[in-house]
Design a protein around this ligand. Structure first.
Ligand SMILES: Cc1cc2nc3c(=O)[nH]c(=O)nc-3n(C[C@H](O)[C@H](O)[C@H](O)COP(=O)(O)OP(=O)(O)OC[C@H]3O[C@@H](n4cnc5c(N)ncnc54)[C@H](O)[C@@H]3O)c2cc1C
Length: 390
């Protein structure tokens, strides 16, 4: 039995990750009575992230630098005998403690006046009554909303309750922090250690790094093989899922879905903090406008989907095509690709046009460059295979 606590909010946000905290903070700041629900007792934990954020992504979080372990200025890609490296000579990305980052974002959210209810899981919805049923610290409750924002991550209960089909792809990821001495300025990428995605080594400081990978199949085996040299030195272990390809629908009657709950992570890197926060901003703007204008029409809700698609939808669409193509490139072909990328002029283009959050411009420039001709055969074959395999 659910207790009716007679609690009613303008906006209820489910999930206190970066997406949910941003949406709730903006709604509360505009004066709306806002409740942020989080099933965990400790915001930010368990961590399910490598904590690599581009400058833009980090700025979108609007936090201090207290969660920052390190900054990096470039990357090294290694495939077989081939290697290429890029260095912008300035900070290109931040390496953060995701637990601490999420916690600071939630604190800012609480400071604006949003109520936060931890250890409370959203379990069911009644769209007709505009009620979310929760279970937690205060037992079972029914909480009424005018607008609901679902930021409840990869396994989104809200999205499932609305009958929205799963994302087209779910990547699995495994990672551990280990003691390693080495390069602190570059992220190291190993595409052949996980041939449908990639593995990484991200420096935390001069003595520690995060090593991990994401993939579609044999992820545990690939991971154990990749971390073999450090297997008995794991300080912190992370496992998680990244939905890719966006959900077919990201809104419903008075409900907006954003971040991993809507499968908005970038398919080229698996990074979802930037897109989640961008979507949260659009969701908050729509919720505020709906409440202020007493307009909960379908076209008002659809405005949210239009806004995020205009902002970064094309990046996800193109990125997803590249994700499919990448999955068709064999390790020897990848070695050839990396050799091609190691050309001095190509590396200059990568440094000048590289943008972790919006990689499509770089990819288009690279493909139009005659120095990429040695890679065309590999890419064309992979493209045909990806089309054939759907
Ligand atoms: C191994 C790995 C490495 C990654 N590395 C990076 C990276 O380097 N950079 C990057 O940008 N992204 C990375 N990502 C992706 C990134 O972690 C996610 O895209 C990001 O966390 C999405 O944020 P979110 O707020 O939408 O969802 P989440 O961060 O998943 O937050 C959802 C919140 O909702 C809560 N919740 C879920 N269900 C309920 C419920 N029913 N009721 C109440 N609360 C609920 C959860 O406890 C959680 O706190 C990585 C992911 C993995 C798995």
């Amino acid at each position: 039995m659910y207790r009716m606590m007679n609690r009613k909010y303008d906006v209820v946000v489910v999930g206190a990750g970066p997406t949910g905290s941003t949406a709730a903070r903006i709604c509360a700041k505009s004066g709306l009575k806002t409740l942020l629900l989080e099933e965990q007792a400790h915001i930010g934990y368990p961590v399910q992230c490598a904590g690599l954020l581009s400058n833009h992504a980090f700025n979108e979080c609007e936090v201090s630098d207290s969660s920052v372990f390190n900054t990096v200025s470039g990357a090294v890609i290694k495939a077989g005998e081939a290697q290429c490296s890029f260095d912008a000579g300035k900070t290109m990305a931040y390496v953060v403690d995701r637990g601490a980052l999420d916690r600071e974002m939630a604190i800012h959210c609480a400071d604006t006046g949003a109520e936060i209810q931890l250890k409370t899981i959203a379990r069911e919805l009644s769209r007709t009554e505009r009620i979310v049923r929760v279970k937690g610290l205060y037992g079972t409750e029914e909480i009424k909303y005018s607008m609901l924002i679902a930021a409840d991550g990869p396994r989104s209960i809200i999205s499932r309750a609305l009958g929205i089909p799963n994302a087209p792809v779910y990547l699995s990821g495994l990672q551990c922090d280990v003691k390693i001495h080495g390069d602190t300025d570059h992220v190291h990428i190993f595409p052949n250690a996980s041939p449908d995605f990639f593995a990484w080594k991200i420096p935390l400081d001069s003595e520690h790094a995060r090593v991990g990978l994401c993939g579609l199949v044999n992820v545990r085996e690939r991971f154990l093989s990749f971390i073999h040299p450090y297997r008995n030195h794991c300080i912190h272990f992370v496992s998680g899922t990244i939905p890719l390809g966006t959900k077919t629908r990201t809104y419903d009657d008075r409900i907006l879905i954003c971040g991993d709950a809507a499968a908005m992570a970038k398919p080229t890197s698996g990074g979802g903090v930037y897109t989640g926060i961008r979507a949260a901003r659009h969701a908050a703007a729509t919720a505020i406008s709906a409440i202020e204008n007493d307009d909960y029409s379908r076209s008002m809700m659809a405005g949210y989907e239009k806004a995020w698609k205009k902002d970064f939808g094309h990046e996800i669409r193109k990125g997803f095509s590249f994700f499919r193509i990448r999955g068709q490139i064999s390790p020897p072909e990848m070695e050839k690709m990396v050799q091609t990328l190691s050309d001095h002029h190509i590396r200059e283009i990568i440094v000048s046009k590289g943008d972790m959050d919006r990689p499509s411009r770089l990819i288009t420039s690279l493909l139009a460059n005659p120095r990429m001709i040695p890679a065309y055969a590999v890419l064309m074959k992979a493209w045909f295979s990806s089309m054939k395999n759907g």
